[in-house]
Design a protein. Sequence first.
Length: 83
Amino acid sequence: MSYTDDPIMARLGDATDHGGKIVEATQDLTDEGIAIALDGHLVACPRCGGKYPIIASGRRRHNGKRIAYIGDITTCGATLVRA
């Protein structure tokens, strides 16, 4: 697998296909200076009217929690997309 085939980590401010965005992320793991989202971190969803946790599916972990990637979903059914 080449570097460009690696999954893209979800970051604070990244969007969802419901028109929302990631509003919670860990400050001690960053990508290009932007905090990375982990399993259970929250997404604000205007379509569903609330904040919902991310269900991270990746194998990599940080401090015991799975790292969230673009393409993962939330408990309201939104899919994470790059902002």
